[in-house]
Design a protein around this ligand. Structure first.
Ligand SMILES: CC(C)=CCC/C(C)=C/CC/C(C)=C/CC/C(C)=C/[C@@H]1[C@@H](COP(=O)(O)OP(=O)(O)O)[C@]1(C)CC/C=C(\C)CC/C=C(\C)CCC=C(C)C
Ligand SMILES: [Mn+2]
Length: 378
């Protein structure tokens, strides 16, 4: 495979540390620490400064950077990595396979996108999945700050045109084709750090920050690729805000679905102060008894997730036409998980809410119909 890079070639796909994704470990710890770099001091963000949802995320600045980054022709000429077409084809093909394997419904939704866009979304998906797996996958017990620090340096290398392996190379190509800013990617790694350090959330503001880091960031990463419809009536910022909402709604739903499982790992993501308002505490979760108090509490949590999906809806219709289907699929699928929790009579302590294959497949044409609706005035 021809690989033409600048002064610092760092592709290591043939190293023994490289583990094929078929083993269901996308990135091993050994692979990440293969290039030792000096440890970086991690400091927790000041949670007390985090305000009400979206308000303190400085979305305006993020949008400005996203729409300005990579604009300079000079910068582009200097930094654009030169990969052979065959190499890139192989890189994106691997991303496609992983996406199809890990996220079947979502993958189907990407098939209507233009080739450039779908490849970019697969590359972003794979980077997110690998990042998540570092703290959530089979190797999670080996995770440490220093591994995440190296992963972050490797992210910088991706943006600087020096990918470390084949999958990274797909993202390098993507970030040079689309105006992607590194900040949401960095923030996702920050969320993974938070997950390794913290197992309780005192209030919703703390939880919101976590949800932004690990999922809201996905919305910010993907809007520049999916594109905004030329006839859209909403401001760019309003669309980013909707994208953020979809990520938050998805993550809140994930948390509500996995309460029992997470508790077995010693993790409770639900806001402690809200549990207390319903007369509940950690022990009620560990005892796995679904009481009326628990049902009332869950109703409130589900309402909050629904609120974010509602916020996301207006933005989903303002995206470029070919990008709307996967977004609507994601939105409708995650909503159905909330319905499944209700169908389980709010028992997410001993049961995992599940949306069956048939329901998922039936949802795809519905999502497609929604994606045909034209942008309307908000
Ligand atoms: C719909 C679409 C185009 C999505 C983008 C695809 C993409 C890049 C997805 C990456 C998802 C990912 C692997 C994130 C890593 C962190 C993580 C795991 C977050 C959770 C995802 C779901 O994972 P899963 O159900 O597999 O959970 P387990 O790890 O197994 O527990 C999250 C719940 C977050 C996913 C967040 C999104 C898909 C955000 C979607 C928002 C948009 C695409 C913006 C849409 C734009 C508008 C205007 C509405
Ligand atoms: Mn995960």
């Amino acid at each position: 495979m021809a690989l033409m890079l600048g002064a610092k070639p760092c592709f290591r796909a043939n190293d023994r540390s490289f583990v094929p994704y078929r083993q269901k470990i996308l990135t091993t710890r050994a692979e990440v620490i293969a290039v030792p770099k000096k440890a970086r001091q991690f400091t927790m963000p000041e949670l007390s400064k985090q305000g009400i949802p979206h308000k303190d995320l400085h979305l305006g600045e993020i949008v400005k950077r996203q729409t300005q980054s990579n604009n300079s022709v000079f910068e582009e000429a200097c930094r654009k990595p030169k990969f052979s077409p065959a190499f890139l084809q192989e890189a994106y093909e691997r991303c496609r396979e992983i996406c199809a394997d890990y996220a079947k419904t979502f993958y189907l939704g990407t098939l209507l996108m233009t080739e450039e866009k779908q490849k970019a979304i697969w590359a972003i998906y794979v980077w997110c999945r690998r990042t998540d797996e570092l703290v959530d996958g089979p190797n999670a017990i080996h995770m440490s700050d220093s591994v995440l620090n190296i992963w972050e340096e490797r992210l910088q290398d991706i943006f600087d045109g020096r990918p470390y392996d084949l999958l990274d190379a797909a993202l390098t190509d993507t970030v040079h084709k689309f105006p992607l800013d590194i900040k949401p990617f960095r923030d996702m790694i920050e969320g993974m750090r938070m997950d390794t350090r913290k197992s309780r959330y005192q209030n919703y503001q703390e939880l919101y920050l976590y949800c932004y880091y690990v999922a809201g960031t996905v919305g910010l990463m993907t809007v520049p690729v999916m594109g905004i419809a030329p006839e859209s009536s909403l401001s760019t910022q309003a669309i980013y805000s909707a994208a953020l909402s979809l990520g938050i709604g998805n993550q809140l739903t994930n948390i509500l679905r996995d309460v029992g499982e997470d508790a077995m790992q010693g993790r409770i993501y639900l806001p402690q102060d809200e549990l207390a308002q319903f007369g509940l505490c950690d022990d009620d979760i560990f005892s796995r008894k679904v009481t009326d108090g628990w049902r009332q509490f869950m109703k409130q949590q589900i309402r909050r997730a629904q609120f974010y999906f509602q916020q996301a809806e207006c933005g989903a219709s303002q995206l470029d036409k070919d990008s709307r289907w996967p977004v609507w699929s994601s939105l409708m699928l995650y909503r159905k998980i909330l319905d499944a929790i209700v169908d389980n009579d709010y028992d997410n302590l001993t049961k995992r809410a599940y949306v069956g294959r048939t329901k998922k497949l039936m949802m795809l044409p519905q999502a497609y119909t929604r994606s045909l609706s034209v942008p309307t005035l908000a």
